[in-house]
Every structure is written in structure tokens, then in C-alpha cells.
Design a binder for this molecule. Sequence first.
Ligand SMILES: [Zn+2]
Length: 278
Amino acid sequence: MSYFRRIEVGEAVLTTFLVGKLRMKTSEIVRPGTELPPGVSLDDVNDLPVYSAHIAIGKASIVIDPCDYEALLQVDASVKVPGYTPPPPLLDQMAQAGIGRAKITHVILTHFHSDHIIGSTLKEANGKYVPAFPSARYYLGAADWNSADVQAALKENPEYANTLGVLNSSKMLSLLERPVEIVPGLIVVPMPGESPGHQIVRVTSKGRVLYCIGDLFHEPMDVADPRIMSEWNDPVANLRSRDLFLVEASVNHALVVAGHMGVGRILRSPTSYGWKEA
Ligand SMILES: [Zn+2]
């Protein structure tokens, strides 16, 4: 059984990798006081899938949000799904898909949360952490790096010292402050809200458009009502980012990869938007 999926977008090739699932109650993902859609309760248990992605475009081989699921469960056992057998690790799936980690040219981290960065390094037999993609340049939003949360975590939390800290001391980390075309046809665009430096990836090729949006939305109900968001979100920034994105993605009939929703499209109705799996 294969957990990865390959889709052509113009001349670019997208590969998505399901790496695991995180168990979270709705009350852990939505702000207190949020008006929920009919049939949804704060006590609902959700097994959120976690996706990493790869884009081949021109000569570039680009990883987005590498997640090492085993390492993630080690830092946060509370999200474990009882009895769940996870897919093979991301690097094994990539090898199976013919994508060599040594040949990765760029790694884009949509934001600093563990599930999106924890596969950016790996632990060698001697216990030392090294970049998982040794020839790549890594990109993080400057506002994430500069945030008090990340600066404190780098000092106090081994999980951050062993990932972002290692990338920084290896001089492989670039911090982005505004939209940047990393390679022809692929732009990284700030979409703050989920975190101060949250950013998304936009690919255009032969008239087709693809977005990798990290955690701009966590669940399809957030697309239907963009005011449904997490307690840790900046509500004003997040709603602005979401509204901008919904217009763009629906006008462009874009393919969308979301960190916890997989592959889909944004559908527009006269009064709202919706998520349709693709
Ligand atoms: Zn996430």
C-alpha cells in the first residue's frame, strides 16, 4: 500500500505524503466561545491527518513541511491515536517515490509548529542532529523566527534546538519577510495568523495553479466559516489571510494541499466557500 500520491500541475509535479494522524478534540482546535456548525460539538474527537509535500519544478526539488511522525509522538504523546499503525516514515516514502533526500534543493517550512518542522533534521547514530536534506536551503517566515515563542523555545526546548537551531547554526536557514519567488514559477507568500510568520506556497505552471497552505485552515469547517479558528491564532490577521486566499484560490480554480486536510479545491457558492477533496 502506498501512502503517497503524485499529481501533475502543468509542468510541475506534486507528491503528497500522509505521514500519520493526530488525535485532538474539537475543543483543542477551536477558540472558546466559537459558534460551531450544526452537528459539531466541542467533545468530538478528530484524527487529523498530517501531510508533507514535495514539488518538482524545473531543476528544483522542494520539500514542504517535513514531518517525522515518530519524533513528533516522542515530543507530544498526547496526540497519539490508540491502535493506529502509521504509514512508513517520510524519508522512506520519499525514497519509494524516487525522491532522494540528498538531492532536495529547497525546504519550505510554512510555520514553526512541531508537526511542520520536526522532519527538517534527523538524529545520527552518535546522537547528533543534522539537516535531513543536506544540500537544501530552508525557508521560514522571519516573523516566526523572531517571535518570543520561538526564541524562548530555541533556548529551552530541545525539540527546537535540534531542528531550527541546527538549521540556523548550519547556515542553511533563510528568513522571509515578503513574497519571494524561490524558483521560477514558485512563490512563497506570507499569510500570517496561524503563527506570526505563517506562509504559503503558490506554484503556477502552464496556466495551472497549486497552493500548499500549511495550516491556513485546519479542517473543512474552517473553509465554510473562516471565523472558526484556534485559540493560538491571531484572529484579525488570520481572517484577512483566509479571505484573501479563498478569493484567489477559487478564482484560479487552484489545486490546494492543506497540512491536515490533504488535496482539494476551494468551491465558491453565492454566500460562502467550501472544501472539496480532489
Ligand atoms: Zn499543523
